[in-house]
Design a protein around this ligand. Structure first.
Ligand code: GAL
Length: 842
């Protein structure tokens, strides 16, 4: 090996990759010659401003000569609405945040003269909304639906050997939503280069079949495009490598037989590369083995394009017997997730997304429904790597909207393009197991439309079932529209399951709970007696839900009673910005009772009342985990049920009730055990046991409160299984900081999530402490945002001062760009001993 080889080896070792793969690391699915365009944009907001005033939008801001020297300098992903301020005059549905406005972004980049013969594209992973794009003063194109990824061909407009100016206009003034959508270039942007003969964007599709335990069939189809004015002979090769969880290429396992294609001038042709792979490893939730097919296209011995197709080999089957993954029955223990990342708003960040998914997985969740739109592509990459299953969903509305300015305005012109974009972008992900064409759309009874949309999906991919979320399951069934789907997707109303099971037309159709429970609660808040709601907060005994929902326990009982159900997707895994039901006056809620006039009437009155009161709520109460990422009690209820093999017990509420000495404080216990005994200050309150399929929590309703300790000992099969104890604490005196990582990569905008805990002298978290805190970050780092999970806090997320909420707060920290060395996170508050945490920027 020469010096060059040694250096390459060093570089690959440094990147953490084995040198077996010819180029080490995959950047992303698709063309290999790709660079990030995230850095160095300028930004200005026009139209509706954050404070509600108007700023006129001048003409011609796409021009190269436009003076943008006064514009803000920033990097994308960027969400210009998350800066707030929260405003009471804005709707709670969309987080009381000023997301409506016009964003202008400009960025210059240099193309080398060696790029002269190349094709140059820009890939936007998502722009909210109505994106329009110019290059060097000329209009290139756009994409209105804010949740889809899209590519634009810059080739006719680029200047090689010089500067290029990309200008993007985003418009959310006429985008309405039932939740907080964010605004601006909120996902990654990429510059892609290829030769004139290339793999067509998103054309490469790997289909796999497990032929035997040891042999799999790989069937890779793609289209090759010739952009030249002459005919060419191209050779397409494909090599298959193992791909590890850091996207490093491992061993080469297969060379697919190469194909020669004759392409006439300016034409495209389909190509197939097929072979069998021996000794393959299946992708599964516990062993997410991945491969990548590296494609090369060459003409006359010259490589003109390279393209990576990551994939996994797994078998899925859906039937009335259940969902089977690699022949094993797996109950879908899923959650619905909206796209925002709490205090970061809609601005995508990989470490924030990964944290969400890890917290969900730790709970025992094995599936995510990307409600109600295509996610950031990285969410699916993470799901592939982590072994999570995904229901990939396209729309919340079709041609008849739920809002004047929602998808209905786009449907006619765009639904086909949007649906195809989702399927083509996502079809190689082993994690994606179900396509959903819509959520609670107005046309649930429409046979033609359902057939049409399902058809668009099936034409591209017939290996995954198509479903939709019905909140009018009877309507969908009666009209036969639901028969156009492969899976019946039911949102709530499982009380009718027995009747549905008798319906001849649907008796063979698998059913999945596309949305369940909608339990609402505020972390750490408990009300006694019959009070469930007070001061715009909701008791965390996990018994409250809007009229269409139910407690998690009740849904578990339904699932147990109807074992043919494939499982459920709980509404929701995390709290999200907007839709603060039941403190939300959104009339679309009435649609959940479209066949029940008396319930509609009742809810209508409530909504009118809410519109009058104007609650200050700005984020949801549905989350199993709060907006800051702190588990609510419910987290342990799901964990106890979804991870029965994990010994655990969790007591609620906390044990600081100075005003209730001698009065009843009900104690509930979530445990994966089957029985438990409760003790208050050593005195037993008796042993309780769960009835199989009926009880999912243990309840001691008449416990009389005395300060001290409440302790539970749980049993399983007669054996001691798990314990939990909650103690009455003293006043908050100290601060404890815990980060989810110690070192931060400055380049990738990695974030550290620092949990701030207020403790008493003895280090016990004080569950009622809400002290004001001050956050400082020094050295090589900076504070990105703070949060505490309180759904009625109007403190801006960027604020370095924030109260703790029920004992906890969160600081989100990153390394300063290009910085290395020590980062010090300091948190202080009056009467509290300050705390400092050290992190490392690299
Ligand atoms: C469903 C809807 C969700 C959310 C939820 C709240 O009907 O599909 O988007 O609004 O209700 O319970």
């Amino acid at each position: 090996m020469g010096w060059a080889g040694v250096c390459l080896l060093c570089l690959l070792t440094w990147l953490g990759c084995s040198p077996a793969g010819e180029s080490g690391k995959m950047v992303r699915s698709g063309q290999v010659d790709v660079v990030s365009l995230n850095e160095g944009w300028t930004f200005a907001r026009y139209g509706l401003q954050a404070d509600g005033t108007l700023r006129e939008e001048p003409e011609g801001m796409y021009a190269t000569g436009w003076d943008d020297s006064s514009w803000r300098k920033l990097d994308v992903p960027h969400d210009f609405a998350i800066e707030g301020p929260f405003r009471m005059d804005l709707s709670g549905n969309t987080g009381r945040l000023p997301y409506q406005g016009i964003g202008w972004y400009r960025k210059s980049f240099v193309l080398d003269s060696t790029d002269a013969d190349k094709r140059i594209y820009v890939d936007f992973d998502g722009v909210m909304a109505y994106a329009q794009v110019w290059l060097n003063g000329q209009y290139v194109g756009g994409w209105p639906y804010g949740y889809n990824s899209f590519r634009l061909d810059l080739t006719p407009y680029v200047r090689t050997g010089g500067e290029n100016l990309l200008a993007v206009r985003t418009d959310t003034e006429k985008w309405e939503s039932r939740w907080y959508p964010g605004a601006g270039i909120y996902r990654n942007v990429w510059l892609v280069k290829t030769g004139q003969v290339q793999v067509k964007h998103w054309s490469a599709r790997m289909r796999t079949a497990c032929l035997t335990e040891s042999t799999a069939r790989l069937d890779l189809s793609l289209e090759v495009e010739n952009h030249l004015d002459k005919d060419v002979e191209a050779v397409v090769k494909g090599e298959v490598y193992e791909l590890d969880s850091t996207d490093c290429f491992g061993r080469r396992v297969l060379r697919l037989p190469a194909q020669e294609v004759r392409l006439s001038a300016r034409s495209a042709q389909a190509v197939k590369l097929e072979d069998e792979l021996d000794d393959y490893k299946r992708w599964d939730i516990g062993s997410p083995n991945r491969y990548v097919a590296r494609l090369t296209v060459s003409v006359g011995g010259q490589v003109t394009d390279r393209y990576d197709v990551p994939f996994g080999i797994r078998e899925t089957e859906f039937s009335r017997q259940g969902f089977f993954l690699n022949g094993r029955k797996v109950a879908l223990q899923g959650v619905c997730l909206h796209h925002d990342l709490g205090a970061l708003g809609a601005a995508f960040n990989l470490s924030a997304q990964e944290r969400q998914l890890r917290i969900m997985q730790e709970m025992g969740c094995n599936a995510i429904r990307t409600s109600h739109n295509p996610p950031a592509p990285e969410l699916l990459d993470l799901a592939d790597k982590m072994g999570l299953l995904v229901m990939d969903e396209a729309f919340d509305a079709w041609a008849r909207g739920k809002r004047t300015w929602d998808y209905n305005k786009l449907y006619n012109e765009w639904h086909e393009k949007d649906l195809q974009a989702m399927v083509r972008r996502d079809w190689n992900h082993p994690s994606v197991i179900i396509w959903s064409i819509g959520n609670e759309v107005m046309e649930q009874r429409d046979v033609e439309m359902t057939r049409h949309l399902a058809g668009i999906v099936r034409e591209l991919d017939d290996t995954r079932p198509v479903t939709a979320g019905y909140n009018n399951p009877n309507g969908g069934r009666d009209s036969n529209a639901a028969r156009e789907l492969d899976l019946m997707g039911v949102n709530y109303f499982f009380g009718q399951q027995a009747r549905w099971d008798e319906d001849e037309r649907y008796k063979d159709m698998p059913t999945v709970g596309t949305e369940t429970s909608s339990c609402v609660s505020t972390r750490g808040v408990y009300f006694m007696g019959d009070t469930l709601r007070k001061n715009f907060q909701i008791s965390s005994y996990d018994l409250d839900s809007p009229g269409w929902g139910c407690s998690p326990d009740r849904q578990f009982a339904t699932n147990a009673r109807f074992p043919h159900l494939l499982g459920e997707f709980v509404w929701t895994g995390f709290d999200y910005l907007g839709e603060p039901t039941p403190y939300n006056s959104d009339n679309t809620n009435l649609l959940n009772f479209r066949t029940d006039p008396s319930k509609q009437e009742e809810l209508k009155k409530k909504l009118e009342e809410l519109a009058r009161i104007q609650p200050p709520s700005r984020s949801s109460y549905f989350g199993i985990v709060d907006l800051a990422g702190f588990p609510k009690d419910r987290y342990y209820l799901y964990q106890s049920h979804w991870r029965p093999e994990l010994p655990m017990a969790h007591i609620l509420p906390h044990w600081n009730w100075p005003d209730r000495i001698g009065q009843v404080v009900p104690v509930h216990v979530y445990t994966s055990g089957t029985e438990a005994e409760l003790f208050v200050n050593g005195k037993s309150w008796g042993r309780r046991s769960k009835r199989e399929g009926q009880d999912f929590r243990l309840v001691w309703d008449s416990v009389v409160y005395q300060p001290g300790s409440v302790r539970v000992v749980a049993y399983k099969n007669g054996q001691k299984w798990a314990e939990d104890e909650v103690q009455t604490t003293g006043e908050a005196r100290k601060i404890r900081l815990e980060a989810d990582r110690n070192s931060l990569d400055a380049g990738s905008r990695e974030l550290a999530f620092v949990t701030v805990r207020l403790t008493d002298e003895e280090g016990r978290t004080v569950p009622t402490a809400c002290c004001p805190l001050k956050f400082e970050v020094e050295g090589a780092g900076e504070l990105v945002a703070t949060d505490n999970g309180d759904p009625i806090s109007f403190t801006p997320f960027q604020s370095a001062e924030r109260e703790a909420f029920n004992g906890l707060a969160l600081a989100i920290v990153r390394a300063r760009k290009g910085a290395a060395g020590e980062i010090r996170v300091r948190v202080s508050g009056e009467g509290l001993e300050p705390a400092v945490l050290q992190l490392e920027a690299r």
